[in-house]
Structures are given as C-alpha cells and as structure tokens.
Design a protein. Structure first.
Ligand code: SAH
Length: 233
C-alpha cells in the first residue's frame, strides 16, 4: 500500500514524508476494517483507494493556502478531508458529516493517528451554517460527491469568510454553468474550473473554484426540503 500511496502523491504533485505515507496507509486500513461493519465507501481495493480517494483528494492541495482553516462538507469516510489532513499538518480542519457512525469512525481514526489539527463534527451543513461559530469562519470549504452544484454551493458558501474559497470536486461535467445564478445569489464568483485525470479513470475530473466576494445573505442556506424543492437558479 505504501508504494501505491507514494505513486498517487507523486501523480498529484504532493510531497510526502515517510511518516505521512505510513499514517495514510494506516488510515486506509482503518477504512477497510470499519467498512466491514458500517457502510463507509464502496471503494476499498488498494489501487482504487490510492487513485480514486487519495490522489483525487490530493489534487486539491495546490489550491489550499498555508495555515488555512478548512471545512469538508459531507466528508463520508474522510474524503477529501482526511486525505488532506494527512499531508497538510499546517491546516486546521473540520470534517462534517450528517451520519453519526461515519463521524464516530473519523473521530476514532483521528485519535489513533494522534492528529491534533483535525476534528470530526456530526451535523447537517444547512444547520451548522447558521451557527455563528461556523458561519463565515473558514478560509476554505471543500466538498466531493454530496449533491448537485447549486445545492452544494448553498450548503457550503455560508461557511466561507469574505475573500475565502469554496472548492467543489466534480466529474467531467463541472456543473459550473448551471450553478452560475446560485453562486452569484450566494455572493460567490466562479474563479476557475481546473480539470485533471486520474489513474485508472477514463473520464476527467474537475475542481470548481468559487471565490466568496461578500457575506452570503442571511436567507441562505434554506432548509433542506426547500433547497431540494427549488434549487437556486
Ligand atoms: N465526500 C465523501 C462522501 C460522499 S457521500 C466522498 O466523496 O467519498 C455524501 C456524504 O455527505 C454522506 O456521508 C452523507 O452523510 C453526507 N451528507 C449529505 N447531506 C449532508 C448535509 N446536508 N450535511 C452534512 N452531511 C451531509
């Protein structure tokens, strides 16, 4: 596994120390073990884990400023959040998920690895985004595979401080066009769409970078039912 991890890091352009590679391998083994009891992820084979989970997450590294405070919305088994935490000790990270068992798994893993700069939080983004301890507090929000971009932007942008960045990890269709109305209502501005390839995957992936220009209006995020029923356009 260590070799697969090192290759994934090098493809994503990430520098790994030997201890980072070992901790990453340990985390992957925790995911596999826990996955036998709780449904964390469908990707558990070593090579697929290295490229589809680790390498994919690590492609975001170059867009994350030094010492940033970051929240991963809907982190699941810890992707991209844990993968980022393992290679960026300078960051301060919150891994948010609505599923209690996933958060318990992450809290236990963080404890076993002795990571002091990362914390897993159980909650719903649309509720936590209204809590003053979380709203407008992050330099960066990131999310992969949670929901369509207009909804995801509504769930994520409120967490970001003015001037900060929201990164949506998407597939070959970045969805940026359909989300442009939503992004501007939330006081964001599309900054860039960066595409990249992953080993073993035949379609491109994309990172949608959204800059937060001003505070998100207090009406957002709405309740989940309203977000689903009438996505921002
Ligand atoms: N980001 C991970 C997991 C994607 S699955 C990955 O790419 O592998 C989507 C995850 O988002 C699930 O774990 C689910 O519990 C969580 N989720 C969905 N809606 C949410 C919400 N409103 N607030 C917080 N977490 C949410």
């Amino acid at each position: 596994m260590i070799q697969l991890i090192e290759e994934a890091a090098s493809r994503a352009g990430v520098m790994l120390t030997a201890s980072m590679a070992e901790e990453t391998a340990a985390f992957c083994s925790y995911v596999k073990e826990a996955n036998e009891k709780i449904n964390l992820t469908s990707i558990t084979e070593d090579e697929a884990m290295a490229s589809l989970h680790l390498e994919d997450s690590w492609h975001a590294v170059r867009h994350i400023p030094l010492h940033a405070r970051l929240i991963d919305i809907g982190t699941g088994a810890g992707f991209p959040g844990m993968a980022l935490a393992l290679v960026r000790p300078d960051l301060e990270l919150v891994l948010l998920d609505a599923t209690r068992k996933k958060v318990e798994f992450l809290t236990e893993s963080i404890g076993k690895l002795g990571l002091a700069h990362v914390r897993a939080v159980w909650g719903r983004a649309e509720e936590l985004a209204r809590d003053p301890r979380y709203r407008d507090r992050f330099d960066l929000a990131i999310a992969r595979a949670v929901t369509a971009l207009p909804e995801l932007a509504e769930l994520s942008l409120p967490f970001v401080r003015k001037g900060g960045l929201f990164i949506a990890m998407k597939g070959s269709d970045s969805e940026a066009e359909q989300a442009s109305g939503a992004i501007s209502k939330l006081k964001g501005q599309l900054e860039d769409v960066v595409t990249y390839g992953l080993s073993g995957l035949d379609h491109p992936r994309s990172l949608v970078l959204v800059r937060k220009l001003d505070k998100t209006p207090r009406a957002y995020p709405r309740r989940m039912a309203a977000i689903r029923k009438s996505p921002l356009t």
